[in-house]
Ligand binder design. Structure first.
Ligand SMILES: O=P(O)(O)OC[C@@H](O)[C@@H](O)c1c[nH]c2ccccc12
Length: 267
């Protein structure tokens, strides 16, 4: 059974909601990312999104754009991100890994080789926000063969398309809480509760909410109406602010603890 499914089964039995952090792998470097993944688990994360840095992150706000730029400075690519998953697993991290990547790096890599590598590197799920509709059938078919879940994203404006987007979906459905790009927000799409209710009508798999969630109050609000909450930019900002501490051996532990504490208070 896919690790993502196992995780949601366990959470459901304990009436808990998933906390799913996102981080850009290679920011500030891959080995630090591996250590941060261990901190995220220690802080109570249930699943982690491993972000592949990309030069043209259309759907990302400034915080994740800056993180991608820092990672790309030392040529972090899709394989380094998969290697980070293996290193984290070797370090004892039990969390399911979702590889988050734009479609272009996958295309460059080639689907055959991509799925060989993904399978070898203990990846349980994929999120590809700009996956072209005409490509999704082929990619989903290959993913299913490799027992990897392609997580669909639904937006508040998806309306009648929600049914077709979530039909046959595996893992969970990623409900985007607001229009626009990723980044901390003080308000969300007006009808976001109804939107999540709509999604849950069309599917039995967990409905997870992301975009803009940056503090405990917001996380609690969405945890009450969904099966999981994704937090990215707020955590990536914590990493960005901790970089001076992380890059000095004397203060590295303090930097890691700072990140862990921020995530723990979300859980
Ligand atoms: O950063 P936020 O606002 O907390 O949103 C989660 C988001 O970072 C993560 O899931 C993600 C990063 N880049 C994306 C692009 C599209 C959709 C989702 C994402």
């Amino acid at each position: 059974m896919n690790l993502i499914d196992q995780t949601f089964t366990r959470l459901k039995e304990n009436q808990k909601t998933a906390l799913i952090p996102f981080l850009t792998i290679g920011d500030p470097d891959v080995d630090t990312s591996v250590q941060i993944i261990a901190e995220l688990e220690a802080a109570g994360a249930d699943i982690v999104e491993l972000g592949v840095p990309y030069s043209d992150p259309l759907a990302d706000g400034p915080v994740i754009q800056r993180a991608s730029q820092r990672a790309l400075k030392h040529q972090v690519n899709i394989v380094s991100c998969m290697e980070a998953a293996v290193k984290a697993r070797a370090a004892g991290v039990k969390l399911p890994f979702i590889l988050f990547t734009y479609y272009n790096p996958v295309l460059q890599f080639g689907l055959d080789r991509f799925f060989e590598e993904v399978k070898k590197h203990d990846i349980s799920g994929l999120i590809i926000p700009d996956l072209p509709v005409e490509e999704s059938a082929e990619l989903t078919r290959r993913a299913e063969t490799a027992e990897i879940h392609v997580i669909p994203l639904v937006a508040p404006t998806s309306n009648e398309r929600i049914k077709s987007i979530v039909a046959g979906a595996k893992g969970f459905v990623y409900c985007v809480s607001s229009l626009g790009v990723t980044g901390e927000r003080s308000s969300f799409f007006v009808g976001v509760e109804e939107f999540i209710g709509q999604v849950k009508q069309y599917t039995d798999i967990p409905a997870v909410v992301g975009f803009g969630i940056s503090n405990r109050e917001q996380a609690e609000k969405f945890a009450r109406i969904s099966d999981g909450v994704v937090v990215g930019s707020a955590i990536v900002r914590q990493i960005e602010e901790a970089i001076p501490l992380l890059q000095n051996m004397d203060t590295r532990q303090e930097g890691l603890l700072q990140i862990r504490k921020f995530v723990a208070q979300l859980k």
